[in-house]
Ligand binder design. Structure first.
Ligand SMILES: Cc1cc2nc3c(=O)[nH]c(=O)nc-3n(C[C@H](O)[C@H](O)[C@H](O)COP(=O)(O)O)c2cc1C
Length: 199
């Protein structure tokens, strides 16, 4: 079974990113995936510091369980809110912490959410940076959910027209197909000891 891990990058208690993550989880399960959701609403990850590399506490106890969950993934859905025209600090910190091959050469469907009509900047930001050393593989088609508070698949309202929901379903199907297709590349070809960090 294809295993997809959803990362949602907002620590707000009322995070729409988390809510969208749960909607994606249900849609992924409908397509036959097994799903885990790592939500920054619920998982508090400290900002990177030297202890991450030297192995000082709290890193082993904080990061090891998250790292194990990520290593099980065949692919990812990464959801970032747009905050001040940027991807959230939690999303960037998360990408910084993934230096153990957890994401390497695995496909990811990128989603941004905005309560207004934004959402494009974090997509541009994350496509331009954030994957050099963790080797995450963004898929070509991303999704922007605007007026996210009203996003309710099936309602065909302004925030969730049927074409957008169809696009998300398509994105999920492509993600799952990629996740299976690239497994042999990771297992038989990729050697991270040769390319420890990206150029
Ligand atoms: C600090 C902060 C800055 C924000 N800046 C923007 C912004 O620049 N553009 C935008 O479209 N929405 C912005 N928003 C609104 C978010 O899009 C909104 O909170 C949305 O629900 C996604 O974030 P959430 O997952 O934290 O709920 C901002 C929200 C916060 C908390």
């Amino acid at each position: 079974m294809t295993h997809i891990v959803i990362i949602s990058g907002s620590n707000r208690s009322e995070a729409q990113s988390h809510r969208v993550g749960e909607i994606y989880a249900a849609m992924l399960k409908e397509q036959g995936a097994s799903v885990d959701h790592i939500s920054m609403r619920d998982v508090e990850l400290p900002l990177w510091d030297e202890g991450k590399w030297s192995g000082a506490e709290p890193w082993p106890s904080v990061w090891a369980p998250v790292s194990e969950r990520l290593k099980k993934a065949d692919g990812f859905v990464v959801i970032t809110p747009e905050w001040h025209g940027m991807a959230s600090p939690q999303t960037k910190n998360f990408l910084t912490l993934c230096d153990g091959g957890e994401l390497a050469f695995k496909p990811a469907h990128l989603v941004s959410v905005s309560s207004g009509t934004g959402g494009a900047y974090p997509i541009a930001e994350l496509r331009m940076s954030g994957t050099k050393n963790n080797y995450l593989h963004w898929l070509p088609d991303h999704v922007i959910i605007r007026k996210v508070v009203d996003f309710e698949p099936g309602s065909n309202n302004e925030a969730s027209p049927d074409w957008l929901v169809a696009r998300i379903t398509h994105g999920i199907k492509v993600l799952m197909a990629y996740a299976e297709a690239v497994k042999p590349i990771r297992e038989n070809v990729v050697d991270l000891s040769v390319i420890k960090t990206g150029m």
